[in-house]
Design a binder for this molecule. Sequence first.
Ligand code: SF4
Ligand code: SF4
Length: 398
Amino acid sequence: MADTRGSRAGDEAAGFEVGPTFRRFSQKDDIFCRSFWDPEIRSDRSDMFYETYRTPRMKWRDVEGFTQRDYAVRNASWHVTDIFAEMREQGDRREGFLDPYSVLRDGPGVRVHVDSPEAGAREVKHVAKTFGADLVGITGYDDRWVYTHAYSRDGESEKVQELPADLPHVIVIAQAMDLDLIGTVPSALSGTATGMGYSRDTLVLLALSQYIINLGYRAVPTMNDTALAIPLAIKAGLGEYGRHGLLITPEFGPRVRLGKIFTDFPLAHDRPRRFGVRETCEVCRRCTDACPAKAIAGGPPSDAVHNRSNIPGVTKWTTDAERCFRFWSNQNTDCSICVRVCPYNRDYGKWRNRLWQRLAGGPLRRLALWLDRRSGRGERRSPKEWWPRGQTSVEKAG
Ligand code: SF4
Ligand code: SF4
């Protein structure tokens, strides 16, 4: 078993408060798994929600942003990830969602020399970025965030967690989601940002893992399976928890998708980075007010859980996943309204947005929030405007 004491010692820097009632999480209790086995969550609406990812028919909903073309582009964006998820379904594996990726070649059996963990970290980050990673951080193995059990779709039950416990390092990858697409939330079209995030994640996770294996070391690439990604990402220095329960990064705000690789390649660990998110969330309720499902609490961080889909014993902002998922099912696509409205959701390639982040990170954060509200930044953009010249070729022909 890997030593996790070093990781736990960094809890305070990460802003974690893990209490005596803490219990590790089983993936069976994840809301997406529950939507298959739990009659409290599964419904005709949730079955139809999944069906829309397979069949982009003319009208799932008669609303702008939910046309056949919108579903077509959204579903196509998931295609790469879906291929890998479905490749081994016959063997009761949905890789990337319920099981680690396994489509990897064997290594040479000879390990290259690595000068130092610091040199190893520099090398891995360089290669990850070359393969297309937007952000890369490194932390230690911490069994608290690893699922006690994986979930078997065939058996609708828990199955053995296959991750070896002797891989001491975790490389966390973040892929940015498209700002313009997120601006059209709620819409089926906006789900394209999510699908592209995952498909790009799949590529980087597989390629980087194969690189490490080619050097003679072990690597297990995982996406939504195997472990909770956000605590690992925070420990790896990628960002902070927001009130909406998502990771907020300095580079892309909350607009990221995460993946992680467990490995024994020698790596130095990053430190958590704080840039004022917690303090901002204490005075901002934008996501709470905007959430149509009333799934985001407006009070202080707490270790209270809404239902079995929350991890017990961790003091933080926790969303009600049941309410959230029911809203997704009812509107026939995923929702990222809390991402769209979050003041940290900006293009940090622009100097004025970097300046805004500095303002929000200090004593003038209330001014920063006031400026954000006045700017209209978080307003919904029309899905029609995203398509060339505001209308599709079919509509023009008609
Ligand atoms: S995704 Fe939508 S429904 Fe879920 S918490 Fe965010 S705003 Fe609420
Ligand atoms: S919308 Fe406001 S309260 Fe919610 S996560 Fe973003 S900054 Fe925090």
